[in-house]
Design a protein around this ligand. Structure first.
Ligand SMILES: Nc1nc2c(c(=O)[nH]1)N[C@H]1C(S)=C(S)[C@@H](COP(=O)(O)OP(=O)(O)OC[C@H]3O[C@@H](n4cnc5c(=O)[nH]c(N)nc54)[C@H](O)[C@@H]3O)O[C@H]1N2
Ligand SMILES: Nc1nc2c(c(=O)[nH]1)N[C@H]1C(S)=C(S)[C@@H](COP(=O)(O)OP(=O)(O)OC[C@H]3O[C@@H](n4cnc5c(=O)[nH]c(N)nc54)[C@H](O)[C@@H]3O)O[C@H]1N2
Ligand SMILES: [Mo]
Length: 758
């Protein structure tokens, strides 16, 4: 066909499996371009070992955290990116003004390397200049004391350790606010909101052992080959054992189709690979609720497909659920999901046959207008066959940042519970604020309106990760104060306010020496395992400090009458963990238990069929209708998915390739279905302008190249964060506040038929 013959620079069809030799080669390149090659092998071998550091890549667990080194290309990239030998020095910053730097991409900015000194923005020269730590702390404290606590936003990105995050929330609460926007608000908030209502806890219920016993995995809306690469080992093993893996994803993601396990000598030697998905359903973006309702509808119509004893003993709300499903028309299900009734019957039959099913899911479920309702629908489907609280079965949300789950556990939440607040009061003797604070969208809105006057960010790239750069970026400039604790320069740091500080911190790979000696931090993975992590590399610079030390320094300088002995806590992180144990359930004998290789598991009552919901039962829900998102406005509306490339970690861009999707050296593209292209008169390689098709929206992104791709009709895909300009700030899941990054109604118009020469 004409559309695919045209040659477009940087776009090549990728035919191989995911993983394999390509992954080894990519790792070698990451090591060569970032690290001192002598250090690299020893550093990589310490990843996820009992006495080593936790991989900053993803939150997938390791078996008892003591298996031999698991090769993982994207884990290696995350490690080498942090352990790079490149540096952003005061000399570099003196030569480059903030205005100049702001014109560069996230890729270039982080590529300059690690931050080495605490920095203060100097308006006269428009540069960042070194500042002494104590001077920075004192001035930040002075400004904060002049503000109302609720005018300050305390942002956390999920890489912070339990210890750093706990101190951060303690600082903010003693200061007097619950304004805790965090990356979780853009990510799995739909899980944290939906699952407690369904099963009583906002976390997944499966462990790695369950994957050994499962008979069926249904994978919805996540891309493990890129984002949870160690999960590929598990899926590979299951596929080889003949366990069916049913995938729902609008894009054909290569790793879910075919994977060569770099751990497998035979596959590597023979250039072989294993088919992963037994069936691949290219659901429309935002069509999962319809699809899941279709599966449930078949199931309810089948004989003996339900676990009636479980439903009677353990659940409430079944009748309302069943009635709604019965009233949902097949026509609506087929239209909205893009899948046929017959296809969904196949899924229902496979599900009815399996005695133990796991459903895994990611951002393709949570980042929609009805993300919370989506999560609950997944729980409903599992409850129908008693698939929670039995071996080999359960719900498995794939978490984002390596410690995003731990951050929430230790108190990073804008809606703290009464029990937690009363423990804080009992342990520390101050009255923490009870009024709910801001989440990420509310914090941005408060900044836009001028209600927020300061932002303190423990990691991350807040403004860039959020929707609506057009309004969000200028809002950063209106702040009286912004303070960023980070490892590398990014655009949020450069959107300077009246006064701006960048405070450089140690990463996971680095040695953290405090008064009592070498410190460990702790993290909680996607399966609620808490374990220690401790780096060995020489810090990127003698001036940088650990996150707990920086937070303690800020707190001490801000709170003259503090009840917390901040500096003593930093001398020995065991003391921080003792306080965590005193304030929060589940951390009994914390210090002793993290010294056991593999750590320990946080309590998960649903795994024992104990349901800490309001009724004490697991609760069915009713998903209203089949639409997950608001309809777009006007003709020819497509649904835009914003997603990650293979060479990126959120806003950190390692390189400009997306190997498995056949994209090399560029990111300015729009993946599109051939039928949609034909209907709009577009060819592979045409350049288009994109505008958001929601009432009153003005968002646009110009000059993007159309790439013909195996994506569901009506759905298009572009890269995050470039496409964030198209997402309005108020286009979100109202229950959880999660932005609907995976289903933005857009329209494209032809800009030029010329192919861009690169
Ligand atoms: N290397 C690497 N690892 C990472 C990250 C990274 O950026 N790079 N980020 C970390 C973080 S913070 C997170 S949250 C996770 C993210 O991990 P994922 O959840 O895998 O996130 P995305 O890349 O956004 O991909 C979403 C997937 O869902 C599909 N999808 C999109 N819309 C829909 C839909 O409506 N329905 C269905 N069924 N599928 C849909 C997309 O095609 C894509 O395959 O990964 C973590 N790990
Ligand atoms: N359009 C669109 N937007 C999205 C998403 C999407 O799928 N589509 N996904 C959303 C999701 S799931 C998430 S989680 C957010 C991510 O949002 P964030 O967590 O805010 O963003 P990151 O890109 O992970 O942050 C990168 C920065 O973290 C800092 N950093 C790295 N390591 C460390 C460390 O060890 N300590 C400290 N203090 N700082 C460190 C570095 O300075 C680096 O520049 O983005 C969200 N935005
Ligand atoms: Mo995330």
């Amino acid at each position: 066909m004409k559309t695919t013959k045209r040659s477009v620079p940087g776009i090549r069809h990728y035919d191989g499996p995911a993983g394999g030799w390509g992954a080894l080669k990519a790792t070698a390149i990451a090591v060569r371009t970032q690290m001192d090659t002598l250090d690299a092998p020893a550093t990589l071998l310490r990843t996820n070992q009992p006495d080593g550091f936790d991989c900053p890549g993803c939150a997938w667990p390791d078996k008892e955290h003591k298996s031999t080194f698991q090769f993982c290309e994207n884990g290696a990239k995350a490690v080498t990116w942090e352990a790079t030998s490149k540096r952003v020095t005061p000399e570099f910053l003196a030569k480059n003004t903030v205005t100049e730097l702001l014109a560069r991409s996230d890729f270039e900015l982080e590529g300059y390397g690690r931050l080495t000194h605490p920095l203060r923005y100097d308006r006269a020269s428009d540069t960042f200049r070194p500042v002494e730590w104590d001077e920075a702390f004192a001035r930040i404290g002075e400004i904060l004391r002049d503000l109302e606590p609720d005018e300050v936003e305390f942002y956390t990105s999920g890489r912070a350790s339990n210890e750093a995050a706990y101190l951060f929330q303690l600082f903010a609460r003693e200061y007097g606010t619950n304004n805790f926007p965090d990356c979780s608000n853009m990510c799995h908030e739909a899980t944290s909101t939906g699952l407690p209502r369904s099963i009583g806890i906002g976390k997944g219920t499966v462990s790695l052992d369950d994957f050994d016993k499962t008979e069926l995995v249904i994978s919805i809306g996540h891309n493990p080959g890129t984002n949870h690469p160690r999960m590929m080992g598990t899926l590979h093993e299951l596929a080889r054992r003949g366990v069916p893996i049913i995938v729902f994803n609008p894009l054909r993601e290569r790793a879910l189709e075919r994977f060569a396990d770099p751990q497998s000598v035979v596959e590597m030697a023979t250039y072989g690979s294993t088919d992963i998905a037994s069936t691949y359903y290219q659901v429309k973006a935002g069509g999962d609720a319809a699809a899941l309702k279709g599966v449930a509808k078949h199931l309810l119509e089948m004989d003996d497909a339900l676990d009636n004893a479980f439903i009677a003993d353990h659940t409430e709300g079944f009748n309302a659920f069943a009635e709604d499903i019965a009233h949902t028309a097949w026509e609506a299900i087929e239209r909205e999901s893009g899948l046929t009734r017959a296809a969904l019957k196949n899924v229902a039959e496979a599900y009815a046959k399996s005695n133990a099913t796991i459903i895994t899911y990611g951002m393709g479920i949570t980042q929609h207008n009805k993300g919370t309702a989506n999560v609950r629908l997944i729980a409903d489907l599992l409850l129908l066959r008693g698939n929670i609280g039995k071996p080999g079965a359960g719900i498995c949300p794939l978490r984002g940042h390596s410690n995003v789950q731990g951050n929430r556990t230790v108190g990073i939440t804008e809606k703290p519970g009464a029990a937690f607040l009363s423990r804080i009061k009992a342990v520390f003797g101050f009255e923490p604020p009870a009024a709910h604070g801001h989440d990420a969208v509310q914090a941005t809105q408060a900044m836009i309106d001028g209600r927020a006057k300061a932002l303190l960010a423990l990691g991350g790239n807040f403004a860039v990760a959020m929707p609506d750069h057009e309004n969000g970026f200028p809002a950063m400039g209106k702040l009286d104060l912004s303070v960023h604790v980070g490892t590398k320069l990014n655009r949020t740091h450069l959107l300077v306010g009246k006064e701006t500080y960048i405070l450089p911190c140690l990463g996971r790979t680095e040695l953290d020496m405090q008064r009592s000696g070498r410190q460990s931090i702790t993290v909680e993975d996607s399966m609620s395992m808490v374990h220690a992590s401790s780096g060995k590399l020489k810090p990127a610079s003698p001036q940088i400090r650990s996150e707990p030390a920086i937070v303690a320094g800020l707190a001490k300088a801000t709170l003259p009458d503090t009840k917390v002995n901040w500096l003593t806590l930093v001398e020995d992180y065991d003391r921080i963990r003792d306080l965590i144990e005193q304030t929060l359930p589940g951390f009994e004998d914390y210090n002793a238990r993290i010294r056991v290789p593999g750590g320990f598991r946080m309590p998960l009552p649903p795994t024992e069929r104990v349901w800490p919901t309001v009724t004490g039962k697991a609760m069915f829900s009713v998903f209203d209708g089949v639409d997950e998102n608001a309809p777009g406005e006007g003709d020819n509306v497509l649904r835009l998915i914003t997603l990650r490339s293979h060479d990126q970690y959120n806003t950190t861009i390692y390189a400009l390739d997306d190997r498995y999707r056949g994209v090399f050296g560029r990111r300015d593209i729009l993946f599109m279905n051939k039928g949609d292209m034909a209907a709009l008169g577009l060819e592979h390689g045409d350049r288009v302008d994109i505008e958001t098709a929601l009432p009153g929206s003005r968002q646009r992104l110009d000059d993007i190249t159309v790439v013909a791709y195996g994506i569901a009709p009506g759905s298009v895909g572009a890269y995050y964060p470039e496409a964030n300009v198209l997402v309005p700030l108020d286009y979100l899941d109202k229950e959880s506040g999660t932005p609907s990054y995976k289903s933005v109604p857009i329209r494209v118009t032809l800009r030029s038929k010329e192919i861009r020469q690169m």
